[in-house]
Design a protein around this ligand. Structure first.
Ligand SMILES: C[S@@+](CC[C@H](N)C(=O)[O-])C[C@H]1O[C@@H](n2cnc3c(N)ncnc32)[C@H](O)[C@@H]1O
Length: 207
């Protein structure tokens, strides 16, 4: 297991304190994001004819590892976790499902330690939220995925309207499609994503 450290220690410390309660709140019965994200990724990986046991997946905003548990249950074996919170990653390590741990924020800038075109897929469940992954970081998801690779994002639908900056989320996605960085394969509204709130699942393929 490898860990890449980051330098944003103030934010990381405060997230570390919160990590235990966040993990408790996100129980699998009332928060279906990880399952929905894993189902979407599995579906497109199978349609692409890829071997789930061989492809490399980056879980962005991995938290305590719920997405990778769902992926491992579906036959995925090569997942890396990226999260700025040391506390979250410590818990994620106990799951025994990730290969590497990258303690970083995803931002519009290149993430230290991740080369261009590294992963077959990027998945993020719950990583989009107030103060979380910024719109500009969508381009970083594309940078780290191989051409033809997949990006799957699961989030609360209401965040498009009530999270500052996310009024630009879908316009940014569309602009990236116009720039031929990626192609949108799916945008689904899914009931019961989190505590009876609707979810959104996006699937993109890098050009
Ligand atoms: C709601 S949790 C989701 C955890 C997990 N993916 C799940 O679905 O259970 C959101 C996670 O995003 C992480 N996060 C916040 N800002 C981030 C950023 N800019 N880049 C990557 N992760 C971030 C937080 O530390 C937190 O662990």
């Amino acid at each position: 297991m490898n860990t890449v450290e980051n330098s944003q220690s103030v934010s990381v410390k405060s997230m570390s304190v919160k990590s235990a309660s966040v993990s408790k709140d996100l129980n699998p019965e009332s928060y279906l994001g990880p399952k929905m994200a894993a189902e979407a990724l599995t579906s497109y990986v199978e349609r692409s004819g890829w071997s789930k046991g061989k492809i490399r997946v980056l879980d962005v905003g991995a938290g305590t590892g719920f997405v990778a548990i769902q992926l491992a249950n579906r036959g995925f074996k090569r997942m890396d976790a990226l999260d700025p919170s040391e506390g979250m990653l410590e818990k994620a390590k106990t799951r025994g499902v990730y290969e590497n741990f990258i303690q970083e924020f995803l931002t519009p800038d290149p993430t230290p330690g991740i080369a261009n075109d590294t992963y077959d897929a990027v998945v993020s469940s719950g990583g989009m939220g107030e103060g979380h992954i910024p719109c500009g970081a969508l381009r970083e998801m594309v940078r780290v995925v191989k051409p033809g690779g997949l990006v799957v994002i699961a989030m609360r639908e209401e965040y498009l309207r009530c999270t500052s900056g996310y009024e630009n989320l879908e316009p940014t996605m569309a602009a990236m499609e116009n720039e031929e960085l990626w192609e949108r394969l799916e945008r689904s509204v899914l009931p019961g994503y989190c505590y009876h709130k609707d979810g959104l699942v996006y699937v993109f393929r890098k050009k």
